[in-house]
Design a protein around this ligand. Structure first.
Ligand SMILES: [Zn+2]
Length: 367
């Protein structure tokens, strides 16, 4: 078996779609639990609550504990069962949605996702990324079902924080480079070929519209460019892994991200920001010179870190760099999805080379 099409039943993206949420959700159940954090619930409430009321739905809000843990998902699942809820709605970014997804799976309830920002494909996918109580990555689990409905209100997303949006773009464009690398030495079955085409299309859309979309989002404008990028982050991003499955997964860029996380200086950066730098390192390892400079320019326009200095690592010592490289090259790391052999020495060289090229690029821009 190679085709695992993990996708939602329905994906609706429209400005003010939440005003129609009730009529979309009513066919799925009558008693609804909304799960998010205080901010995301407050953002959705002015449109969502009247719309659910109008459709005659009974609903309550539940603030989740803030981290995607199995304990928290089970706590919410018990709530769904004991209070007799028909369905759960995850409202927020990745963490609230991943928690709602797991709770829906544990309680065997239908799931609706309402992203309040566009920074990843969590609203689309059937998987949750779990962390332990300390916030360290634990594992990801792919469930047997996908969201019944995804409601994307671009007017709400246009008011989200621009840095999350821009990092989300970086964490989406990477899919093209990583899927291509991880599929390189594998048999290109039909789903793999389709996923690679989707990843390429996603990349073209991002190169065409991302800079404009980022500018529009800073002005809280739900423009055409914002719509196109939101669809790319959530839907196309979700499809690459959904169709491509194990042949189109992460590769070096996410392994470099994981390596960077050993340095406390990088903890203030968003996931996508570290992935952005990791993507440049991957292209450097691949010797993809023209793609490297094409992406460097885009990432710089999107305020993503392209130098060690911008990663908060201006005075990084050789030993710290080694730690990053060793962690990125651990046997279980996705860097080994590259179609050639890598080791920590090559990774260190690539990181230093990215830094030098990016510094030279920035110096040239200043002239
Ligand atoms: Zn990522």
């Amino acid at each position: 078996m190679h085709l695992v099409m993990g996708s939602p039943n329905r994906y609706l993206q429209e400005k003010d779609i939440l005003l129609k949420a009730g009529e979309q959700i009513a066919p799925l159940g009558k008693k609804v639990l909304l799960v998010g954090d205080e901010t995301t619930l407050a953002v959705a409430r002015p449109k969502l609550a009247p719309s659910l009321n109008k459709a005659g739905l009974e609903f309550a809000e539940e603030v989740f504990a803030g981290e995607v843990t199995k304990e928290e998902a089970h706590r919410i699942a018990d709530l769904l069962i004991n209070a007799g809820y028909d369905l759960i709605i995850g409202v927020g970014g990745g963490k609230a949605i991943d928690t709602a997804k797991a709770a829906a799976a544990y309680a065997d309830r239908k799931l609706v996702t309402i992203p309040t920002l566009a920074s990843n494909c969590a609203p689309w996918t059937p998987l949750s990324v779990f962390y332990d109580q300390t916030g360290a990555f634990e594992e990801y689990i792919i469930f047997q079902f996908s969201p019944a409905l995804v409601l994307v209100d671009t007017e709400i997303i246009a008011k989200s924080m621009p840095n999350y949006f821009k990092a989300g773009i970086a964490d989406t464009v990477v899919k093209f480079y990583e899927a291509r690398a991880s599929a390189a030495n594998k048999e290109k079955n039909v789903p793999t070929r389709a996923a690679l085409k989707i990843a390429a299309e996603c990349k073209y859309i991002i190169f065409e519209y991302a800079v404009q979309a980022a500018k529009d989002l800073e002005k809280q404008k739900a423009s055409k460019a914002v719509e196109k990028i939101v669809d790319s982050i959530i839907a196309l991003g979700g499809m690459v892994g959904g169709i491509g499955s194990d042949n189109c997964r992460i590769a070096a860029a996410h392994a470099i991200h994981n390596g960077l996380t050993v340095l406390p200086e990088t903890h203030q950066l968003l996931h996508g920001e570290k992935v952005a730098f990791g993507t440049l390192v991957q292209l450097e390892l691949e010797g993809a010179e023209s793609e490297f400079f094409e992406l460097l320019e885009l990432l710089n326009q999107l305020d993503q870190p392209i130098t060690l200095d911008q990663l908060g690592l201006s005075d990084i010592e050789q030993s710290a760099l080694e730690k990053v490289a060793v962690k990125s090259c651990l046997p279980a790391e996705s860097i080994h999805n590259l179609p050639f052999k890598v080791n920590p020495e090559l990774v260190i060289k690539a990181i230093q080379s990215v830094d030098e090229k990016a510094q030279a690029y920035l110096a040239k821009l200043k002239k």
